[in-house]
Design a protein around this ligand. Structure first.
Ligand SMILES: [Zn+2]
Length: 240
């Protein structure tokens, strides 16, 4: 089985743009006293997770990304945990809820606002699911489009699976921080996927070790091409 990275088709006629944010998120954390790293991560989007039932004073805190002490972060995370799927990655910067804002331009059947955010028109998502593609959960978005016939775009919530192969990482990595566990890993220039860590039951997923990477199987790519769904392009990844 081959695996591919996904990216937005750079052709100039795909002018679609969303000016929208997820309504809620876990804040960043204040810098660690030992290694001085803090803040939050990007790519940990859970658009199908609905926090609207939480008390308004907590939702206010979950709408402010400004870093908080680690104890407060841990408390907020426990508020979110029962509302999120078991595989959700509840790290600083994780976001929740339907994208809200405005949109404009021309969108393909598939669309990536960022390399870590996959969207699909409702019809395209349904066709992929009918074709047996596994791993796509579509979440409605709350976006106003300034066009005559607005696209019905959904944001795809992806499961997190898989690791990078040790061969693409530094031979002598820095030991993780004893206080916060930060492993100081940077994305290698040529990432290699560790084959035994990849899920057998999904055709598209977010790489657990590097949430900015969305990975698809050969089956996903072939189905997209057969159904002539446009908007994203694929690049084969090395697997070992
Ligand atoms: Zn640390």
């Amino acid at each position: 089985m081959k695996f591919y990275g996904l990216q937005q088709d750079p052709s100039p006629h795909y002018t679609g743009k969303l000016n929208a944010d997820h309504p809620w998120g876990l804040p960043g954390v204040e810098p660690c006293p030992t290694c001085r790293t803090g803040g939050g991560l990007i790519g940990l989007d859970h658009p199908c997770v609905d926090l609207s039932g939480l008390p308004p004073q907590e939702l206010k805190k979950l709408s402010d990304p400004w870093p908080v002490p680690r104890e407060e972060f841990a408390r907020l995370r426990e508020l979110v945990r029962p509302l999120a799927p078991p595989d959700a990655v509840l790290e600083p910067g994780a976001t929740f809820g339907p994208l809200a804002g405005s949109g404009s331009g021309h969108f393909g059947q598939l669309f990536m606002q960022y390399p870590w955010a996959l969207h699909a028109r409702r019809e395209a998502l349904a066709r992929l699911q009918e074709a047996g593609i596994r791993g796509l959960q579509g979440c409605p978005i709350n976006v106003r489009f300034r066009v005559k016939r607005p696209p019905e775009l959904l944001e795809v919530q992806l499961q997190h699976h898989g690791q990078l192969h040790p061969d693409c990482k530094p031979a002598a990595p820095k030991p993780p921080c004893p206080t916060c566990g930060n492993d100081f890993l940077k994305l290698p220039e040529h990432p290699i996927l560790a084959i035994e860590s990849l899920p057998g039951a999904l055709d598209v997923f977010r790489l657990a070790e590097w949430a900015l990477l969305i990975i698809a199987t050969e089956r996903f790519v072939e189905t997209v091409q057969r159904l002539q769904l446009d908007g994203v392009i694929f690049q084969e990844m090395e697997v070992r």
